[in-house]
Design a protein around this ligand. Sequence first.
Ligand SMILES: Cc1cc2nc3c(=O)[nH]c(=O)nc-3n(C[C@H](O)[C@H](O)[C@H](O)COP(=O)(O)O)c2cc1C
Length: 279
Amino acid sequence: MNLFDLMIKRRSVRCFKDTKIPDEIINNLVQVANNAPSGGNIQPISIIIIQKVEGRKKLTEFVGGQPWVENAPLSMIFCIDFYRIKKWTLKSDTDFQGENSLSHFLIAYADLMGAAQNVVILAESYGLGSVYVGSIQSKIDDVREYFSIPKYVLPMMVLSIGYPESIPKNIPKLKHNLIAHNEKYKILSDDEIAEAYNNKYGDFDENVDKYLEKAYIEVIEASKQHKTSWIKLVKQMMKKLEIRNHAQFLFKLRYPSKAMVELNKKQIQAFKNAGFNIF
Ligand SMILES: Cc1cc2nc3c(=O)[nH]c(=O)nc-3n(C[C@H](O)[C@H](O)[C@H](O)COP(=O)(O)O)c2cc1C
């Protein structure tokens, strides 16, 4: 398969076979992460490799019980790592203040995602599947404590990887020419924007099961892999919150706007606990 087809066909995989990934492959995945572009080539990242059941279980707990994290034979915790650089610069009679610099933080997070995405693509080429798990960001303190992560290191993203048991077929996406602007930003009318999202999701389906398959694949997969009927819970929530369209589903139910803003306090505190003072 050529690279374009591989990248167009890639889907986040959440159902894995219980097959160990060979060490040479894991080593190659780490090599491509390390070879990713990095602002100033500073490489402010570390990756914690989790394969043992105990670590997988604990990590699953920290990401809100997403069962694919426990079921994947491999998870990588991608961390912004300023600890190593601070030690090095101190020994070199200078100082690095990444923990106080928004610019260093933003570049480091961009580096981290570039490295992780290199892993996604190489993994795909080996017939592996992967899924990012960003909810680790709400449990930074717990993750740091359990995995012995020192000050100035922030666990920011999990990538769970394994041989796919099943791969989702169709995930709605915006039309690609909508996200590209020629030379100058083209402001769309409200109707054009509404149409773009209608094109992405289709009509809001009265058949909730069909709707969830399209718009919330995580809940379908979680219900298959865990005894809790997440689908039932989501349906109850949809009724209670009177969800009538896709935007309400996303920002009243999945990512409730108020709760997302309130999360700031906890996350800023977790950053402070890790020695970061940027917000
Ligand atoms: C930053 C980021 C965080 C994500 N967090 C989660 C997560 O916590 N759980 C999960 O199952 N998928 C997570 N995903 C995967 C997305 O749900 C997935 O990429 C999206 O539904 C589009 O599907 P696709 O990857 O197949 O194109 C995350 C993806 C990104 C880029």
